[in-house]
Design a binder for this molecule. Structure first.
Ligand code: ZN
Ligand code: ZN
Length: 145
């Protein structure tokens, strides 16, 4: 887990001004991978006290634009944020409870999936959403013997 000094360095290193909301948002995203905007807001509010949704939202977009945070939006799910950036990993979403887990590139390096026809595009990223039941939900829905 990065320290406060690490977060400061990350933010400054990406050319952004270090502000308390940005610090709080970045550490919230590190602590809670795949958190949606509301959860990030809750965590930030616990740490900083009175802070507006807009402030948190602005910090999230600045951090995302700077490449410190990755914004994912699995189909049918709210926007989520994570600190694992730049490795083109994919996600598994539980059909029942919405839990999200990381999946490394399916094959080799990014984009890791070769389209049957690239239409002449230079492709450097592929985003795949796997769906199924998480272990908890799979157990809960299994018929009791
Ligand atoms: Zn589940
Ligand atoms: Zn992820």
């Amino acid at each position: 887990m990065p320290t406060t000094a690490d977060f400061e360095q990350l933010i400054r290193g990406s050319g952004l001004r270090v502000t308390p909301p940005r610090m709080a948002v970045l550490s919230a995203v590190y602590e809670h991978p795949h958190a949606d905007t509301n959860s990030v807001f809750g965590v930030v509010r616990e740490g900083l006290g009175e802070v507006s949704h807009q402030t948190v939202y602005n910090a999230l977009s600045a951090l995302t634009a700077a490449g410190l945070v990755r914004h994912i939006q699995p189909p049918g799910s709210a926007a989520r944020y994570e600190s694992r950036v730049g490795d083109n990993h994919h996600h598994i979403v539980c059909r029942s409870c919405g839990a999200i887990a990381d999946v490394d590139c399916a094959v080799g390096e990014a984009p890791c999936l070769t389209p049957s026809d690239d239409h002449g595009y230079a492709i450097d990223e592929a985003e795949v959403t796997y769906r199924g039941l998480c272990p908890g939900c799979a157990t809960a829905s299994a018929p009791t013997p």
